[in-house]
Design a protein around this ligand. Structure first.
Ligand SMILES: [Zn+2]
Ligand SMILES: [Zn+2]
Length: 274
């Protein structure tokens, strides 16, 4: 049996999404979603609002976060700068996990300052406070891109990434990231469930990736991600790990709202069943 009532991967303006947790929860509800997770990048600041929005809407809220980790395995075909681990917390996050997550967010600030220094060397002076003022939670490149548009350095956000702050751009700077195994350990210690986000993004053949995920003690694989073709979803589904499903909506044009993501119930991790 298949369901479209579950979407476990969404972003709000607490990271790089367009809208509030309430708006995203409402959009999920309007698409028929009954079990919905907010998974902002490296922050849980949206949980309280998302949870009360879901209560009012009568849908189940799953407390989640998407943790940016270092590259775990080299790929011969892809060149990602990070791997993303989804984490879900049936009992909420404990103090130790929250403090650890906060320490990751802090590392975003020195990184942003380094990127501003780089832009300044090209004659584009932007104050850190201006970028930071756009960030509700953790400051990141989308906030900088918007300031670059406001300053007339670029015409739009895409151009900011293409020409300046994308992974190959002259003003791109990386930040220190936790390893996947460190993140898995922290999530498990807090009673959480882990899933490798958009598992097709890293360019690792499944017969190499899956045994490694088991070594890392990752609980699930996000086989049913918006970016995966059906053939990839099915291939990942049959590798012996439970799956999760994620539209990865940021509220933007290409995927404005959560939901409309079919997933087979017998492969979905039982915790997320509607
Ligand atoms: Zn991601
Ligand atoms: Zn995401």
């Amino acid at each position: 049996m298949w369901t479209e009532a579950v979407d476990l991967h969404s972003h709000s303006h607490h990271s790089d999404g367009m809208w509030s947790p309430t708006e995203m929860a409402t959009r999920a509800h309007d698409n028929g979603v009954k079990v919905w997770a907010l998974t902002d990048h490296d922050t849980i600041d949206g949980w309280a609002e998302a949870s009360s929005a879901c209560d009012s809407l009568g849908i189940r809220f799953v407390a989640g976060v998407e943790i940016t980790c270092s590259v775990e395995m080299a790929s011969s075909t892809h060149n990602p700068t990070s791997w993303h681990l989804l984490a879900y917390f049936p009992n909420g996050a404990d103090e130790k996990f929250s403090t650890w997550l906060e320490s990751l967010k802090d590392s975003r600030i020195p990184r942003m300052k380094k990127m501003l220094e780089a832009l300044s060397e090209f004659g584009h002076d932007i104050e850190f406070e201006e970028v930071f003022s756009l960030a509700e939670g953790s400051v990141g490149r989308p906030h900088l891109a918007r300031v670059m548009v406001a300053h007339g350095i670029v015409d739009n956000v895409r151009q900011a990434f293409d020409e300046w702050i994308g992974d190959e751009g002259p003003a791109f700077r990386s930040r220190p990231l936790p390893s996947i195994s460190e993140a898995v350990e922290m999530v498990h210690a807090s009673g959480g469930i882990t899933s490798l986000a958009h598992a097709g993004y890293y360019g690792i053949p499944l017969d190499v990736l899956l045994p490694h995920l088991k070594v890392l003690r990752i609980d699930c694989i996000e086989a049913f991600h918006n970016s995966h073709p059906d053939s990839m979803r099915f291939a990942m589904m049959t590798q012996g790990l439970p799956v999760t499903v994620g539209g990865d909506s940021h509220g933007t044009e290409n995927r404005p709202s959560p939901g409309r993501m079919p997933v087979p119930l017998n492969h979905l991790h039982p915790y997320f069943h509607p």
